[in-house]
Design a binder for this molecule. Structure first.
Ligand code: GAR
Length: 196
C-alpha cells in the first residue's frame, strides 16, 4: 500500500510549523505521505518534528546542494513526487528544477509580487508591510523557479490589517492562513498529478 502513495519531501530551514501541519494533515492519509524532510540547518527545530513523526531527514550543506546530484538521487530513492518548501531560504539549483519541473512549490508570507525577492523572509516581510501602512496582507503559494518568489502563483489568501495590529498579530494572522491552506493546496496538486 505504502509505495502506491504520492510522496512529499519538505525542505525547511527553521522551526517548521508549516512542516508540522503538513505532516499532521497527511498522517492518516491512504493516498499521500510525507516521505522525507531536508534542511540546510543542523539546528533546525524541524528535525525534531520529523523525528516525532518518524519521518527520515537529511541535512545538507551548500556544496552538496549546489555542486552535486546527491539531493536529486536521494529524492528519487525516496520516490518523491512533490517538493514542498516551507521556510526554506536558499535558491533551488537548476539541476533540481530540471529534475522536478512544476513539482516544487513554496509558501511566502505576503501577497506576491509585493514584498518578495531576495532577503524577504519571515519578520522582514511583515516589518516592511507595517512600515508602508498596508491595510491588508496575505500568503502566497507558488511554483518555484530560478528566482526568489517569482514562479507562477497557485493560491493566495488575504487578511485585513487593523490599526492596532502589531508584528505578532500580523504574523499570527498569516501563519493561521498558511497552516490552514498549505496542506490543502498540496493535496489538490497531488490529486491532479498522474501516477508515475
Ligand atoms: C513561513 O511563514 C513562510 O511563509 C516563510 O517562512 C516561514 C516559515 O515558518 N517563508 C518565507 O519567508 C520564504 N521567503 P515555519 O518554519 O514555522 O514553517
Amino acid at each position: 500500500m505504502s509505495n502506491l502513495k504520492k510522496r512529499i519531501a519538505i525542505f525547511a530551514s527553521g522551526s517548521g510549523s508549516n512542516a508540522q501541519k503538513i505532516m499532521e494533515y497527511f498522517k492518516n492519509s491512504d493516498t499521500i505521505e510525507v516521505g522525507l524532510i531536508l534542511t540546510n540547518n543542523p539546528d533546525a527545530f524541524v528535525l525534531q518534528r520529523a523525528d516525532n513523526f518518524e519521518i527520515p531527514s537529511h541535512i545538507f550543506d551548500k556544496q552538496e546542494f549546489t555542486k552535486t546530484d546527491n539531493i536529486i538521487n536521494l529524492l528519487e530513492n525516496h520516490s518523491i513526487d512533490l517538493i514542498v518548501l516551507a521556510g526554506f531560504l536558499w535558491l533551488i539549483p537548476q539541476n533540481l528544477l530540471n529534475a522536478y519541473p512544476n513539482k516544487i512549490i513554496n509558501i511566502h508570507p505576503s501577497l506576491l509580487p509585493k514584498y518578495g525577492g531576495k532577503g524577504m523572509y519571515g519578520d522582514k516581510v511583515h516589518l516592511e508591510i507595517m512600515k508602508n501602512n498596508e491595510t491588508e496582507s496575505g500568503v502566497t503559494i507558488h511554483f518555484v523557479n530560478q528566482h526568489f518568489d517569482e514562479g507562477e502563483i497557485i493560491y493566495q489568501s488575504h487578511f485585513k490589517i487593523t490599526k492596532n495590529d502589531n508584528l505578532e498579530m500580523i504574523k499570527f494572522k498569516g501563519q493561521q492562513l498558511e497552516h490552514t491552506h498549505y496542506p490543502k493546496v498540496i493535496e489538490g496538486l497531488l490529486k491532479k498529478m498522474k501516477s508515475i
